[in-house]
Design a protein around this ligand. Structure first.
Ligand code: SF4
Length: 386
């Protein structure tokens, strides 16, 4: 039995558990899980986390129990979130980046024409998105501090709040003070992927640039919560390391955040590696199957009743449709992953290739056909009837 205790930082907790280095002990623990352990996890209180429970649910021994996990996850998600699925759309403002992440098309080693949008150009993109019905927008940018400054993001966020009920961001990491400025300007949620919790893999995939420091990256969510962010997104890039152990580390991070920052809601995102400029998925030994991804999502739902589960258009139409009702709470739709992509058909190079290319209205229609309500605006306001 692995004991739960309160560590002073997430880095300390991961080190204590050996979830960041020399993970062989976890490979063995995963192999040692029995059907009896899985059944005990499934009969424990649904939606409540313990590391032992999650270990059982992500183990190979749990694979024959996917249907049962799906039933429990469906019931729990309906109870906590009803039939509402929140729709959002990314708005890419720059593909300049100073980092060398080996898995990303915006990697500064890649040679292609770079673009960043002025405030007015970004607002033109936003107009298109607003006209499609979106009221929830996600600002996305590479690490481009020369142009995409905190001032730029704050000004853009303030202008976007005139048209959108919720503005989130997936941007470069910054200080708690700068996150505070963005919060004041209207950005209420930030997602910051650790990419991988395995220190050796992290060093391999981030050979240069500010993002190369694992420990600095790991402190980012603490800084966001300190700044008052209402929603904090966590995740790994699936394909960089063993997904089962990554899920355990991710859950420990979420649990740590929930204990300290009760005012921030935690969500999980599930980006799987996709082909991109200069990136072939054949180079990555830890790719996971659709079944693995479903198991990961269900296991997290059964441990975190109130966490948002976010699925992007990286995934196929078939898989996304299948996961509606099984735990997902938020879907992107109609996404373009290049700056200017909504107003110019042949705009700049994209970060990765999307798989589900349906228009937003088609995704909304699919939800309605399945008895779910597509929610285009802010989640809390939707529930509060505002
Ligand atoms: S993942 Fe982000 S930081 Fe890394 S190269 Fe891509 S845009 Fe830059």
């Amino acid at each position: 039995m692995i004991q739960t205790r309160t560590a002073s930082s997430i880095a300390e907790r991961l080190r204590e558990l050996q979830l960041d280095v020399e993970r062989g002990v976890w490979e063995q623990r995963l192999r040692d899980v029995t059907a009896h352990d899985v059944e005990a996890a499934l009969t424990s209180r649904s939606g409540v986390y313990s590391l032992n429970k999650l270990l059982a649910l992500v183990s190979p021994a749990a694979e024959p129990y996917l249907e049962r996990m799906a039933e429990l996850s469906r019931a729990l998600t309906l109870q906590r979130f009803g039939r509402a699925i929140r729709l959002y759309v990314p708005l890419y403002v720059s593909n300049y980046c100073v980092n060398k992440c080996r898995y990303c098309g915006f990697n500064c080693s890649n040679d292609f024409e770079r673009v960043h949008l002025t405030i007015e150009e970004a607002l033109n993109e936003a107009d298109v998105l607003a006209s499609e019905g979106f009221r929830d927008v996600l600002l996305v940018s590479g690490e481009d501090k020369a142009f995409v400054t905190v001032d730029y993001l704050a000004e853009l966020a303030a202008r976007l709040r005139e048209r959108f009920g919720f503005v989130g961001a997936e941007i470069y990491q910054m200080s708690a003070d700068d996150y505070g400025r963005l919060f004041e300007a209207g950005i209420e949620g930030i997602t910051l992927y650790q990419e991988t919790y395995d220190r050796d893999e992290y060093a391999h995939y981030h050979p240069a640039g500010p993002k190369a420091d694992y420990d600095v990256r790991l402190r980012g969510p603490d800084d966001m919560a300190t700044a008052g962010m209402r929603e904090i997104g966590l995740g790994v890039l699936l394909g960089l390391a063993d997904w089962r152990i990554e899920t355990l580390a991710l859950a420990e991070h979420a649990s740590y955040m929930m204990k300290r920052y009760w005012q921030s809601r935690i969500s999980f995102s599930f980006p799987r590696l996709r082909p991109a400029c200069g990136v072939s998925t054949r180079e990555f030994p830890h790719l996971l199957s659709d079944r693995n991804l479903v198991q990961m999502m269900l296991a997290l739902r059964l441990c975190f009743a109130d966490a948002g589960l976010v699925l992007s258009t990286r995934e196929s139409r078939r898989l996304r449709d299948h996961l509606v009702g099984l735990g997902v709470t938020r879907l992107s739709a109609g996404s373009r992953t290049n700056p200017g992509g909504y107003t110019h058909a042949n705009a700049a190079s994209e970060q990765f290739a999307v798989d589900d290319s349906r228009r937003p209205a088609e995704v909304a229609a699919m939800l309605s056909e399945r008895g779910f309500e597509p929610v285009w605006k802010d989640w809390d306001r939707a529930f509060q009837g505002r």
